[in-house]
Design a protein around this ligand. Sequence first.
Ligand code: THU
Length: 129
Amino acid sequence: MSDALCAAAIAAREHAHAPFSQFRVGAALEDSSGRVHTGCNIENATYGLTICAERVAVFKAISEGAREFGRIAIAADTGDLTPPCGACRQILWEFCGDIEIILVNIQGYRESLRLSGLLPRPFDASFLK
Ligand code: THU
C-alpha cells in the first residue's frame, strides 16, 4: 500500500528547512527491502545550495547502502500535486531507474506516475562509452 509511504512523505515535510520560500516538501523513498528513506528540502541563504527533498532522500538511502528502489512519494505543502524538479528527475533516473512516483497533497489526494513519463529520453551512464 502506498498509504504508509505517503504518510512518511507528509511527515518528512515537517522537518523542512525552508525559511526563504516557506515551501516545505517531503519525500519517502522505498527500497527493495521495504525500508523507507525520507528527505525534506533544506534551503540555504546562498539559495543555490538549496537541496530538494527528493535528492536528500536518494542521497541518504545511497549513503546507507541501499541500491534498489521501487517507489517514491513526494508531498508538498500545497493543494497542488508537486512534481519533482528537473535536477531531481535526473538524480532519480541515475539511482532509481524508471521508478514509480506518487505525488500526494496534504489532503491525501494522490497521483501515480512513472519517471519515464516525466523524463523522456534521459541521459545516463549508457552514453558514456
Ligand atoms: N523543492 C523540493 O524540495 N522538491 C521539488 O521537487 C521542487 C522544489 C523545494 C526546493 C526549495 O526549497 C522549495 O521547494 C521551493 O522551490
